[in-house]
Design a protein around this ligand. Structure first.
Ligand code: ADP
Length: 241
């Protein structure tokens, strides 16, 4: 399947990940269409991190298929997976993970340098402009607020035009108002740029900003809710173990 013909940014087919006797993922099938925002919720130990690791090609499934932007990464060795991941996947973490000695601009373009890619200057300018980072490009991360640092991390995640951005508790370190702004930005990137975002969160208010939410329980997908309210999500989590 060519990356350009697939309307799916991400596909998991009957994915299992076992750690000894523990099935962290137990027969998970999931499709994420391009240009959609999916939240992943579930209690601690339910398999969310494993879903992110395996879905992003950081780790391999024990069985099943993982296809990112048309590339079946579950069939690739680690070196090949790394190459696909650099082009096809962006990451946003709770703790921003910016390099303190680099400027904002150098942080944003780091994925291109790692991939040995020229990058698309027009796209970079568009991302910087949309995220409002123009005035900060020469600064160091420590000179920015938490919300601004997360915006830098979001710009970095987009710079290689990935098929999917994986966000792991992206608002976990932010106050409520800043968290809301960052979630609004993620949603806008999906709605305006057609970006695909998969976000792990424990916060029903954050998940309510996505187009859909899957609830993971004991390594399985228990629920797939389209446009749920924060109240519906909170209710759905009640009774999960
Ligand atoms: P969550 O992110 O929802 O808290 P995880 O994906 O981290 O859940 O974990 C799911 C299950 O897999 C848990 O039972 C956890 O203990 C187990 N697990 C996760 N990673 C490992 C590992 N590297 N080795 C052994 N067990 C693991």
């Amino acid at each position: 399947m060519s990356p350009h013909t697939s309307h799916l940014a991400l596909e998991l087919r009957d994915v299992t990940k076992a750690y000894g006797p523990v099935r962290a993922l137990d027969g998970v099938s999931l499709t994420v269409p391009r240009g959609t925002f999916l939240a992943v919720m579930g209690p601690s130990g339910s398999g969310k991190s494993t879903l992110l690791q395996v879905g992003a090609g950081l780790d391999t499934p024990t069985s099943g298929r993982v296809v990112i932007g048309g590339h079946e990464v579950s069939r690739l060795d680690e070196t090949q997976r790394t190459l696909v991941r650099r082009r096809a996947v962006g990451f946003v973490f709770q703790s921003y993970n910016l390099l303190p000695s680099l400027s904002v601009e150098e942080n944003i373009t780091l994925p291109l340098r790692l991939a040995g890619a020229e990058g698309d200057r027009a796209w970079l300018a568009q991302v910087v402009d949309r995220i409002g980072l123009g005035p900060f490009l020469g600064r160091r991360p420590a000179e920015l607020s938490g919300g601004q640092q997360q915006r830098v991390a979001i710009a970095r995640s987009l710079v290689a035009r990935p098929d999917v951005v994986f966000a792991d508790e992206p608002t976990g370190a932010l106050d409520a108002a800043t968290a809301s702004d960052v979630l609004g930005l993620l949603r806008d990137l999906v709605d305006d740029f057609g970006q695909t975002v998969v976000m792990v969160t424990h916060d029903p208010r954050a998940a309510a900003r996505a187009h859909a939410t899957v609830v993971v329980d004991d390594g399985r997908l228990r629920d797939h809710l389209a446009n749920p309210s924060a109240e519906a999500l909170a209710a759905s989590l009640v009774g999960v173990r």
